[in-house]
Design a protein around this ligand. Structure first.
Ligand code: PHB
Length: 391
């Protein structure tokens, strides 16, 4: 029944898109449907990306190539069935020109067939499983991929005295990617993976898993959990005295998330992570971004989700400019491919072949600066492509 409903709706979309351009252009409006988790476990991602998208619009105006840009924000609570329904409504009823956002992998995947069928560009600003860009030729990603940042840790750890690890990841797409790409590289470099643990995505209790880690006595614990769950891991890690037992914590930067880091306390000091964005990134462009973001949002510190949203808006605005406001989905998509620009994170490229982002990946250590905790970058791998695409 649901399937028939969907096919029917997609049929309608095709009709809507076949209307003469003039009929659609009449209102001179360019609509972006921003689907985000605004409530529930992933709400911080929605809050960060919405704030960043609004900042981008405030800084760059809402008239582009003669069109008024309208942002329609919808809360999918990170539930894929809801994402799918909202994407369908936005495409069919609101006739949005672009769908964007997507806080988690299952949400991005749920919308992908609708993007393909209606030829609507889908800008993925948050979700980070490698395979997402393969789910639709209309997907462009401005976030990152887990293989991109996990491989960097697989190289760094064995060179820095870590010979054995246990991995602990959230049991879904990005976690499985982090586990695989970190472990493969770590082992290639002579390291030993003693155990691979997967925790449920919803309301995980880390205690029994951390007990297993203690018993295995690795040099380090490698962790991936999605943005918003990092402080729970950090708290349990410290409460259980893992650090005192000589087990180091290493992770992707999702764990020492700038949205939560400052509240994690001094126990987080010294934790090394790999990621593509830190609020402490020392560039003029980033300083400007962080200041403006904080000013517009009661002091809230932007995290990597915010940057994915901010850059996603840039990619959309630039495509609209390049197509002079006259293009349909295919023209917009073509104009998104190959964009090169300076993001608050550093220089980035939207790879025209893969539609995925190529970016610098940083080694960072949690340090205190002016009384606040930050991920301070100490090394960089330049222009890293998603290693997941080579396979
Ligand atoms: C994802 O679901 O793809 C995801 C969510 C949050 C992250 C990373 C990946 O921090």
């Amino acid at each position: 029944m649901q399937r028939r409903h969907l096919i029917h709706a997609v049929g309608l979309t095709a009709v809507a898109l076949a209307l003469p351009l003039a009929a659609q252009a009449q209102d001179n409006v360019f609509k972006i449907g921003l689907i985000l988790p605004m409530t529930g476990q992933q709400a911080s991602t929605g809050r960060q990306i919405e704030a960043a998208a609004k900042l981008y619009m405030a800084q760059n105006g809402d008239t582009v190539a003669g069109k008024k840009v309208v942002l329609i924000v919808k809360d999918d609570t990170a539930t894929p069935d809801v994402t799918k329904r909202l994407a369908q409504e936005l495409i069919v009823n609101d006739k949005v020109n672009v769908i964007a956002g997507f806080g988690v992998t299952p949400a991005a995947l749920a919308a992908a067939p609708l993007a393909t069928q209606s030829k609507t560009p889908q800008v993925v600003m948050a979700a980070a499983t490698s395979s997402i860009t393969e789910a639709s030729p209309y997907i462009v990603r401005t976030s990152f991929t887990l293989p991109q940042v996990s491989v960097a840790m697989g190289d760094w750890a064995p060179k820095n005295g870590i010979k054995s690890v246990v991995t602990l990841v959230s049991d879904y797409g990005p976690g499985n990617d982090a586990e695989k790409y970190f472990s493969e590289r770590f082992q290639l470099n002579g390291g030993k993976v003693l155990d691979k643990l997967r925790v449920p995505l919803r309301n995980p209790d880390f205690a029994p898993f951390l007990q297993k880690v203690r018993d295995a006595k690795p040099d380090a614990l490698f962790v991936f959990v999605p943005s918003g769950a990092g402080s729970a891991v950090m708290k349990q890690f410290l409460e259980r005295g893992m650090d005192k037992a000589g087990i180091k914590l290493i992770a992707t930067g999702d764990v020492t998330d700038d949205d939560q880091l400052n509240d994690m306390g001094d126990g987080a000091l010294g934790v090394v992570t790999t990621h593509h964005y830190s609020a402490a990134h020392p560039s003029a462009a980033n300083k400007k971004f962080v200041e403006a973001f904080q000013k517009a949002n009661k002091g809230m510190r932007p995290n990597f989700m915010a940057v994915g949203g901010y850059d996603g808006m840039r990619v959309i605005y630039e495509a609209l400019k390049q197509t002079k406001g006259q293009g349909g989905g295919d023209a917009l998509l073509a104009a998104m491919k190959g964009q090169v620009f300076e993001s608050p994170r550093g220089e980035v490229l939207i790879d025209a072949q893969t539609r995925d982002i190529v970016q610098d990946v940083y080694l960072r250590k949690v340090e205190k600066k002016d009384g606040q905790l930050y991920n301070v970058e100490f090394d960089v791998l330049k222009a890293v492509k998603d290693p997941g695409k080579a396979k």
